[in-house]
Design a protein around this ligand. Structure first.
Ligand code: 5AD
Ligand code: SF4
Length: 467
């Protein structure tokens, strides 16, 4: 048993992480023979990619995947803690699984991801959800075969609160054959006051550049067309390593591989350097689309959030990025942070009017246990928060539509990903990350094609293939 501990997770020690090469113990190889697993993933791309590693691990011990939960011998919930509704969804799912397990006593139920790192969650599971066989943390993915092997009736908890080392060569089963996620940095040291991530994902740890480049080269060899470099704050890449390289150097190195498309998420405005901007400008395979969370347009609220920039700093950076040809910029905004007045909120609307974002994710503040913001007096009424969210979304949607309309009649290059929800249509993404539906044959899936844009809606475009 290794239980999570929030105050330990808060501590940062100045120690380099060791790089460890994962190797499967032979005794686990046939654990999943003739057995099926089902995995449900909540939350961000980091979790999606963790699930790809979990699937890889399970395949390596002879399990096969099923998309029917009732059919599975092993169910894994890969959870998210970022806001309360993510919590509620996972607990709702645990309720459904309880009924399945009543009929199927041998079913193994496991929970992992960010909620596994939270003391309150683990305590609730230990007292109320005895049908969970084991809980494993975000630093313990590689332990999965052992936990299945040692499976006991009583809930086992294997959650390290302190981040461990960087594990290379974990098996991976990628969901997509053309686009791949590549982790470049784990954890986060920013400690924005509302955010639980620095506690659930631990200290900032960058992968070594050569390991990342090896992975990208491998993907190129296997026909991949796009990589997304992943991290909670990719712009801090390299700061924790002794080599002196940063995201600009990494982007330059990745651009020299033959991968046609490079993206990276998420960027914190604090760590964005002019050199990074130059590198993005100079390389055609670095895609012109950046996610740059602003969170609020009020300097008072930004300070309370611990964001380390003012709206003026943000504007300066924003303008430089907007100047890059074809660049689209999206953002995240939180409304109803404790202390946010109507005036503060109007400053956020002013920033949206200034930036005219191409898209945005908007949220109502959700207090997370253990974070400093959860201790602030939450003095904004729920109806007020909902009304602000509504007003904000109206404005954001107008700008998204404007941004899409600018694409009308243009010929753009699209990486075709698969069949669209619309009959007979395919879908894919433009270089600046806009979703396009167009008519085409299945042999185009996985290819980069030219499409002329014929119609623009708030959240997608329609187009025609240019032969
Ligand atoms: N409440 C509401 N939104 C949050 N986010 C992070 N933590 C919280 C919270 N406690 C939002 C931020 C972040 C995005 C991933 O989720 O906008 O950028
Ligand atoms: Fe959370 Fe801030 Fe880190 Fe993003 S940068 S993960 S919002 S602490």
């Amino acid at each position: 048993m290794e239980l999570p501990n929030l105050s330990l997770a808060r501590k940062r020690i100045n120690k380099e992480s060791k790089v460890i090469n994962y190797q499967l113990d032979d005794k686990y190889q046939d654990l999943g023979k003739n057995k099926k697993y089902f995995i449900k993933t909540y939350g961000c791309q980091m979790n999606e990619h963790d699930s790809e590693n979990i699937k890889g691990l399970l395949d390596s011990i002879s399990y096969t995947e099923t998309d029917n939960m009732e059919d599975a011998d092993l169910i894994i919930l890969n959870t998210c803690s970022i806001r309360e509704n993510a919590h509620n969804k996972a607990f709702g799912m645990l309720g459904r699984i309880k009924h399945i397990k009543e009929k199927k006593k041998d079913l193994i139920v496991a929970l992992c991801g960010c909620m596994a790192q939270e003391e309150v969650v683990v305590n609730e599971i230990l007292t109320k959800h005895h049908h969970v066989n084991f809980i494993f943390g975000t630093h313990n993915l590689y332990d999965l075969p052992r936990l299945i092997y040692e499976n006991t009736k009583k809930t086992n908890v294997c959650v390290y609160s302190k981040e461990g080392d960087i594990i290379e060569n974990l098996p991976v089963k990628r969901v997509n054959d053309y686009k791949a996620y590549v982790n470049i940095i784990y954890g986060c040291d920013k400690f924005c006051t509302y955010c639980i991530v620095p506690y659930t994902r631990g200290r900032q740890r960058s992968r070594e550049m050569s390991d990342i480049i090896d992975e990208v080269n491998d993907l190129v060899k296997n026909g991949y067309k796009e990589v997304t470099l992943l991290g909670q704050n990719v712009n801090a890449y390299g700061k924790d390593l002794p080599y002196g390289y940063d995201l600009a150097d990494l982007l330059e190195a990745v651009s020299k591989t033959n991968i046609p498309r490079i993206r990276f998420i998420t960027s914190h405005p604090w760590d964005f350097t002019d050199r990074m901007i130059d590198v993005i400008k100079q390389h055609d395979n670095i895609m012109p689309s950046i996610h740059l969370p602003i969170q609020s347009g009020s300097n008072k609220i930004l300070k309370l959030m611990g964001r380390r920039y003012t709206k003026e700093d943000y504007k300066t950076l924003f303008d430089k990025l907007r100047n890059i040809k074809g660049m689209t910029i999206t953002t995240d905004i939180i409304v109803g942070f404790p202390g946010e007045t109507e005036e503060d909120f109007k400053e956020t609307l002013d920033m949206v009017n200034y930036c005219k974002y191409d898209g945005a994710y908007t949220f109502i503040f959700s207090p997370r246990v253990g974070t400093p913001a959860a201790k602030l007096k939450d003095d904004v009424k729920l109806e007020e928060k909902e009304e602000r969210l509504y007003r904000l979304n109206e404005l954001i949607n107008n700008y998204s539509l404007d941004s899409n309309k600018k694409m009308l009649d243009k010929e753009v290059s699209v990486l075709t990903e698969g069949y669209s929800n619309k009959e007979g249509m395919l879908y894919g993404y433009t270089e600046n990350n806009k979703l396009v539906n167009f008519k085409g044959e299945s042999n185009l899936i996985g290819k980069i094609v030219n499409v002329r844009i014929t119609s623009a809606k708030s959240f997608s475009l329609d187009g025609e293939l240019v032969e």
